[in-house]
Design a protein around this ligand. Sequence first.
Ligand SMILES: Cc1ncc(COP(=O)(O)O)c(C=O)c1O
Length: 429
Amino acid sequence: MVSRYQKSEAFLERALKTIPLGSQTFSKSKTQFPLGVSPYFIKKAKGSHVWDLDGNEYIDFISALASITLGYSDPDVDAAVKAQLEDGVIFSLPHPIEAQVAEQITEMVPCAEMVRFGKNGSDATAGAVRLARAATGRDHVLVCGYHGWQDWYIGVTARNRGVPAATRALTHIFNYNDISSLEKYFKEFKDQVAAVIMEPANVTMPLKGFLEEVKSLTHKNGAVLIFDETITGFRYANGGAQEYFGVTPDLATFGKGLANGYPVSAIAGRRDLMKLMEEIFFSFTFGGETLSLAAASCTLNKLKTKPILTDIAKTGAEILKTTEALIKKHQCEEFLSVSGHPAWSFLVFKDAPDVSLWHLKTLFMQEMFSRGILTFGGHNLNHAHSTQDTQKLSQAYDEVFSMLSLAVKSKDVKKMLRCQPLEPLFKVR
Ligand SMILES: Cc1ncc(COP(=O)(O)O)c(C=O)c1O
C-alpha cells in the first residue's frame, strides 16, 4: 500500500540533507511526529484547515503552535499586511506603527504601561529577565513553564547542551500550584532573586489564591514578577491571563497570537521598569518590522471589536465537555484526561498498566492524522474552528478512544502501531 505521506517522507529525506532536523522548530520536527504515520510538511492553510504535501486535508488543532487565533490567512489581517507592503517593510528610522501597536497593547493589557517589540517569544522572555536583573542588581531567576530557547532558561531543561554551567546555576524551576517550592528558593537564594517568571497557567489551572500568593511572595522578596503570556496573551482574554485571573504582574511577555501568526513578540509592563530598557541592551534590526506590526494592529483591533475570544472559549468549553464524556464512555479515565483553559486545552496521557503513555500517544496521533485531524493531543483553538470541525473531532475521538481502550485492555498496543513510538525527549509542561 502506498503511504498517504509518501511525498512528505521523501521531502523530509531531502530537507534533512540541508537542514538539521529538517525543521526550524523543534515542535514541528520529526522528533514529534512518528515516522511512517505522519505528515511532515504543510503546503497551505485556510481558516482552520491545512493541506500537507501529499494533498491530505486536516482540521488543524495545533494552530501553528497556538500562534493562530483568528484563523489561517485571515482576510482582514492579510489585507492590512498587503497595504503596509505598499509602503515598505523596514526602514532606516522607526515607523509610526510601532507606537500605534504599543498604544493598543497598553489599552488592552492590565500591566502594560510601556511596550517593546521582539520577533519570537524568546526575545521577549530573555529581555524581560535581563530587565529584571538590571532593575534589582540580582542574578537568580525562578521559572515555571516553558520560556524559549535562550541560555538563561533552556539551561535547566533536558536540552541544555552548549549552555555554560555558570548560566545554568542561576535559574531554578519551581512547581506550579506549589507555593512552598517557590518559598524554598527565596530562602536558599535570599536577596539574590531578580525575577519570578512563569506561565500564569498551562495544563493546570491555578488553585485559588496561588497566583496572588506568588505575586506577594515575589514582591516581599524584592523581586520582579513576570508573566510569560506568550500563549495565554490574546488567547485567554483580550488582556491575557492577567486579566482572566485578575492578577497583574510587573512585566509580561507576548508572542504567538499577538499578530495571528506573523512574527512579532512584545514585553510590556510597569513604566518605571520599562524605562530601564533605555539602559540595558535590547535591540535588533528587525524589531520594528512593519508587516508583522500591521498584522498585530489588525488582530488586536479585531479582538477588541468582536467577541472572538468569547466565541473561542465557548467552542473550547464544548470540546472539553464532549471529550470528557467520550473518555468516560470508553473507560479511558485511567490513562487519559483533559485539562486547561477552553482556548488552550490538553489531552493528558498517563502510563496504563503494561502500556506506556508514549505508545498510547503515538497510536493516538497515528489514528487522528489518518482521520484528517492534526493534533498533538490538545486543542489550540482559533476562531475559524467551526461546529462541523468540532463534530468531526468528536467523531474521531469516539473511534480513537475506543481503540486506545482496546489497546490497554488487550495490552496489544504494539501490534496496532504502524511505526516506532515517540520517545520522551523534551517535556517542559
Ligand atoms: C510560554 C512560552 N514562552 C516562550 C516561548 C518561546 O517563544 P518562541 O518559540 O516564539 O521563541 C514559547 C513558545 O512556545 C511559549 O509557549
